[in-house]
Design a protein around this ligand. Structure first.
Ligand code: UDP
Length: 330
């Protein structure tokens, strides 16, 4: 019995692979290395380089490896990019996911865990937002993921496949042992950009909007540490293997930090003061979004262990220093 991890050479996927291997699972990674890197996949896992929407490739590898569960991370994930390239997002995140699901059904894969996103809620009417709130994504990214949630519901109804959808809030930090982290050089996510700025890799950075209806005017987000998130997937896999129901679950800490609070934390933890320019709003950004996480705690038995913004920032900083040292060396 083997677990297929799409996007396993990427940021969250590579943390997942480490968790699975530590639990003694057999792992096959499928990744096209567009943003992931080969060195993020340990030798104990098999790496297949290719697209998850490539049905002949995926069918062959599911059959060959007797895949029991698919954990599907591979996706395009940048909200503003989805605004300028919606069809690219619908092709990769939605149409290719349909192709993957089709292979899963044809080969009778039992379990499917899907990386969804808080962006499916759009601008929630209240925070913390629970899984039953209305789904009104405001970006092509959010819509591209919500469509896959719907496909999964319909597919599980029609076929013998069960699923867990995990809606990620803002994923940050790195492996506490320093083995992997967010490696894509042009990442746009706040904590990554801020630690790169602290390291002098960027001359300064921008805050996209301080005129939101939030306490300090900047956007509020719920930052979840990446190993805690990978542990939620392990809990989801165990839930499915134990015969648990199909489930949709938020992954966050039920606590929001503003962009300005995050930047203060980065400056304090790194001891570096850097230039921050206040700019206009970025398209597709909701003002505030914080997870209600009771369902993950109660049904999956998930308990966060890295719920600490200082620790998250320190991990991101240490990882970025390591990447920089690698770059300088070679
Ligand atoms: N943000 C910012 N400057 C940056 C990157 C992000 O002000 O250089 C803000 C962004 O507008 C949003 C928050 O930080 O309000 C989190 O954005 P990120 O891209 O990290 O994640 P998202 O919430 O879009 O998934």
């Amino acid at each position: 019995m083997t677990v297929l991890v799409t996007g396993g050479a990427g940021y969250i996927g590579s943390h997942m692979v480490l968790e699975l291997l530590e639990a003694g699972e057999k792992v096959v990674v499928l990744d096209n290395l567009s943003t992931g890197r080969r060195s993020a996949v340990p030798n104990e896992a098999e790496l297949v380089v290719g697209d998850f929407g490539d049905q002949p490739l995926v069918s062959g590898l599911i059959a060959r490896n007797k895949i029991e569960a698919i954990i599907h991370f591979a996706a395009k994930i940048v909200v503003p990019e989805s605004v300028v390239d919606p069809l690219g997002y619908y092709l990769n995140n939605t149409a290719s996911a349909r192709a993957l699901l089709d292979c899963a059904v044809k080969h009778k894969v039992k379990h499917f865990i899907f990386s969804s996103t808080a962006a499916v809620y759009g601008e929630p009417e209240k925070n913390p937002v629970s899984e039953d709130e209305s789904l009104k994504p405001v970006s092509p990214y959010g819509r591209s993921k919500l469509m896959v949630e719907w496909m999964l519901q319909d597919t599980a109804f029609a076929h013998d496949l069960r699923y867990v959808v995990l809606r990620y809030f803002n994923v940050a930090g790195a492996d506490p042992k320093g083995r992997t982290g967010q490696s894509f050089p042009n990442a746009t996510h706040l904590i990554k950009v801020a630690v790169q700025t602290a390291l002098g890799m960027r001359p300064g950075m921008e805050v996209f909007g301080t005129d939101y209806p939030t306490p300090d005017g900047s956007c509020l987000r719920d930052y979840i540490q990446v190993t805690d998130l990978a542990r939620a997937h392990m809990a989801a896999l165990n839930h499915l293997r134990d015969g648990g129901e199909n489930l949709t679950c938020n992954c966050g800490y039920e606590r929001g930090y503003s962009v300005l609070e995050v930047l203060e934390t980065v400056k304090r933890v790194t001891g570096v003061d850097f230039d921050v320019k206040i700019s206009g709003r970025r398209p597709g950004d909701p003002a505030a979004i914080v997870a209600a996480n009771q369902r993950a705690r109660e049904i999956l038995g998930w308990e966060p262990v890295h719920d600490d913004l200082d620790e998250i920032v320190r991990q991101a900083y240490e990882w970025e220093k390591k990447l920089l040292a690698e770059k300088t060396a070679g």
